[in-house]
Design a protein. Structure first.
Length: 350
């Protein structure tokens, strides 16, 4: 009977299940406080406002599961945006700009990865440093200048709906959905994904198992750099503006969403579906506050609170693990019980 109870309650005790319930509650509350919450126009604006952030959460998910972190994501986005504007102002062809921006994104991620894996530096310290470096490069490229004369063909990608979606889905949201499927398959259905989990659980054990830890972590950081460069291009076209501070501070939102999605800050635990739900919850809360005329200058409080609650909740998440261990076999680990239902008295060794 206990095995049946465990099999029945197991999915209910998952973080993703609780988060899905939270998303439903946010939807109900949002619809009750504003009739605009579920309108086509508001859903489209949600995709515009949070598409680039959502895209950056996907590589961050794999990096955090592997036991590392990348706080330079928003700076790579900003550097890519600045580079796009800098080259366009000098009459480079757009295809050449895209290629160079992609290469720079890969290089920025490779620098992070090599500093972490080859020099053995902590990723937190490394990416705080490169956060400032990449933002500084963006400042050098554009300074106080603004580039805003991009072709309409490209700027339409930032503000128009994706074809055949009923004018509800932005290009950035569509790209996020496709990338979420790709990252989900890679993480949950390939040996590469199993290696990422193994590294997060124990680097030493992963190395003894023959996993190329340094190579895989470097690939993860390079992937993050490339995806953030893509997000920088999308943001530039959406705003039709390249300035040196594009994306400033977005790394906090990215980390908050990843942790809200159930990814353990200590590594080895998390799912892509959880992060997708985290995106929906984060965007839903922020949007509901916006529709109720909440002070937007104080909206950062919500982001910080979600970050703290996620870390706290994940630490309490071990409660569900303990509960699932307790459900089968009736109090596993207590040893055989006496006929009266009590554990036998301890025996003092001679």
């Amino acid at each position: 009977m206990s095995d049946r109870i465990r099999a029945w309650m197991g999915p209910l005790l998952r973080w993703e299940t609780g988060l899905a319930l939270v998303v439903v509650i946010i939807g109900i509350v949002g619809a009750s406080v504003s009739s605009q919450f579920f309108t086509s126009n508001n859903i489209f604006n949600l995709g515009l406002s949070y598409g680039e952030i959502a895209i950056m959460t996907l590589p961050m998910t794999l990096i955090v599961i592997s036991g590392e972190i990348d706080l330079s994501v928003a700076s790579i986005l900003g550097m890519s945006s600045a580079l796009l504007g800098y080259l366009w102002a000098r009459h480079w062809p757009m295809l050449g700009i895209f290629l160079l921006v992609a290469v720079v994104g890969l290089a920025a991620g490779a620098i992070n990865g090599l500093l972490v894996t080859r020099l053995g530096l902590p990723s937190l310290a490394v990416t705080i440093g490169t956060l400032a470096v990449y933002r500084g490069i963006a400042t050098i490229l554009l300074g106080p200048n603004t580039v805003a004369n991009f072709p309409v063909t490209y700027t339409n990608l930032g503000v128009n709906a994706f074809p055949f979606t009923g004018n509800d889905l932005t290009y950035s949201a569509a790209i996020f959905i496709v990338l979420a499927l790709v990252f989900g398959i890679v993480l949950h259905a390939t040996p590469f994904g199993r290696s990422v989990y193994a590294m997060g659980a124990s680097v030493e054990a992963a190395q003894f198992a023959g996993i190329r830890v340094k190579r895989i972590k470097t690939i993860l950081f390079m992937t993050s750099g490339l995806v953030c460069a893509l997000a920088g291009v999308l943001l530039t076209f959406r705003l039709n503006t390249a300035v040196q501070n594009n994306g400033l501070g977005l790394e906090l939102a990215v980390v908050a969403i990843v942790l809200l999605g159930g990814v353990s800050i200590f590594g080895g635990k998390g799912t892509v579906i959880g992060v997708v739900l985290g995106v929906l919850a984060f965007a839903g809360i922020q949007n509901a506050l916006f529709l109720t005329n909440f002070n937007q200058e104080a909206a950062g409080i919500v982001t910080g609170a979600l970050l703290l609650l996620s870390v706290f909740g994940l630490n309490l998440g071990s409660f569900s693990d303990r509960l699932r261990e307790w459900l089968p076999a009736g109090r596993r680990g207590r040893g055989p019980e006496s006929p009266a239902g009590r554990p036998p008295a301890s025996v003092t060794p001679p």
